[in-house]
Write a protein that binds this ligand. Structure first.
Ligand code: GLU
Length: 444
């Protein structure tokens, strides 16, 4: 059976490179064998969820090449949650509780003082119908907790191997708030069952949810999917990434002109057994994913590496893949120009700077105008090709006696206005004889 995977962000901010690591792992595991990739917005927290963030997430995924096969939002599925919750209530697995936050805090403080773990004591289970009615008459509305089985829950984690959590060490989780709204812990399982999700690949910050959710899967008679918890991306200093700060958001990386595959390669390969390198397509990247070889240590990454990966990726990109974008940037020169400049750029937009150098005008600061005039005098006739530069510089050397840096630097400066750049043997024919003469004979 082909896998069904899902990426389930809450639309409460712009997603960052760490969130995309989760999306990519799911996409790779699902799509490389013809499975289904679902985008689910976990937007039950209506106060913090925003449509603009949901739209941005879709845009980010599409930019990276992860087009969802199905898109849904939890806020559209409330009636399914209502009917399913009714089943859990009827089965006695959801029970009403009336404690206020302050009461719970007080109880936890007491437990702590006695050296006990701050686990909910299930006091509400002992309430009689009369007591409940009295509390409701006071105006209290219940929130609903899931009655855990207090057992050792075991699963074979796709990343971490055999895993287990004893649910007697956990509080019965609240699944329905007093205002009737649902918590992600429940709605996620209802959806995963409904959509036939086969693999839940997510960050290791969700490990404790897994034991609870396996119990919910079982209580609802659903098939428990494969769980895999991957390490989280952190900065070099070990700090986690946050949606709230907007740092390293996919949107900002796109706006900064990075290539989608540089972003994806970095997000996916960091903290795995594979060398971090630019990979040309998601399909190729998918072949490299081996969940069982993802490190359990945090995946530290250096944001500066994105520059290096981007440059390396462009260096290897064939012309056909960038042709349209070069035209859109107003860059001419076709494939020849691309071959000449691609190893000298970090971002694609920089091609425009080099194209401006080709077409001119350029400002240079060569003082030895006599040298330039003598160089102009031996400029080979057209047509020019890749051999022209060495023919010309040999002639300039014979004419002036200059060699090495003293020969090449003034010529590079005069022709490009810069001290560094793409190989002149490639640039020279693009600049062309007429413009070269103009640049050599400029009046100072
Ligand atoms: N909405 C959850 C999150 O953003 C999804 C976790 C999961 O994949 O189950 O962390």
């Amino acid at each position: 059976m082909p896998p069904v995977v899902r990426f389930a962000p809450s639309p409460t901010g712009y997603i960052h490179i760490g969130n995309i690591r989760t999306a990519l792992l799911n996409w790779c595991v699902g799509k490389r064998v013809g499975g289904q990739f679902i985008l689910r917005y976990d937007d039950t927290d209506t106060a913090r969820s925003r449509q603009e963030y949901a739209d941005a997430i879709r845009q980010d995924l599409i930019w990276l090449g992860m087009v969802p096969d199905l898109e849904l939002r939890q806020s559209d599925r409330l009636s399914l949650y209502d009917t399913t919750t009714a089943r859990l209530r009827a089965a006695g697995r959801l029970y009403p509780c009336y404690e206020t936050e302050e009461e719970l805090d007080r109880r936890r403080a007491l437990q702590k003082a006695r050296g006990l773990p701050p686990v909910y004591d299930r006091a509400a289970l002992k309430l009689t119908d009369m007591q409940k009615a009295a509390l409701e008459a006071e105006g209290r509305r219940p929130h609903w907790r899931f009655l855990l089985n207090h057992r050792r829950v075991e699963w074979e984690d796709g990343v971490r191997g055999p895993a287990h959590i004893d649910t007697s060490s956990l509080s019965d989780p609240v699944l329905v708030r007093a205002d009737g709204s649902y918590l992600y812990t429940l709605t996620s399982v209802i959806d995963d069952i409904d959509l036939g999700v086969t693999h839940i690949i997510r960050g290791e910050d969700h490990v404790t949810n897994t034991a609870v959710q396996i119990e919910i899967f079982e209580a609802l008679g659903g098939r428990v999917p494969v769980f895999a918890h991957h390490n989280l991306l952190t900065t070099l200093s070990g700090e986690g990434l946050s949606k709230r700060t907007g740092a390293l958001s996919i949107r900002s990386l796109r706006e900064d002109g990075f290539e989608p595959m540089a972003v994806s390669s970095l997000a996916l390969l960091t903290g795995t057994s594979e060398a971090v390198r630019p990979v040309a397509s998601l399909e190729e990247l998918a072949k490299l994913v081996d969940l069982s070889r993802i490190s359990r240590a945090p995946a530290r990454f250096d944001p500066a590496e994105i520059q290096v990966l981007n440059a390396r990726l462009l260096h290897e990109t064939p012309y056909a893949e960038v042709a349209d974008r070069l035209v859109a940037l107003g860059v001419g020169g076709g494939e020849t120009f691309w071959q000449v400049v691609r190893s000298n750029i970090v971002k694609l937009a920089e091609t425009k700077n080099w194209w401006d150098v080709v077409t001119g005008p350029v400002a240079s600061d060569v003082e030895d105008t006599a040298f330039l005039s003598r160089a102009a005098a031996v400029l080979p006739p057209g047509p020019w090709d890749e051999t022209t530069w060495s023919i010309w510089t040999d002639a300039v050397k014979a004419e002036t006696g200059a060699k090495g840096k003293a020969l090449f630097m003034p010529l590079r400066q005069a022709l490009t206005g810069l001290d560094h750049g793409p190989e002149l043997k490639g640039l020279l024919p693009l600049i062309g004889r007429e413009r070269v003469l103009e640049r050599l004979k400029r009046e100072f």
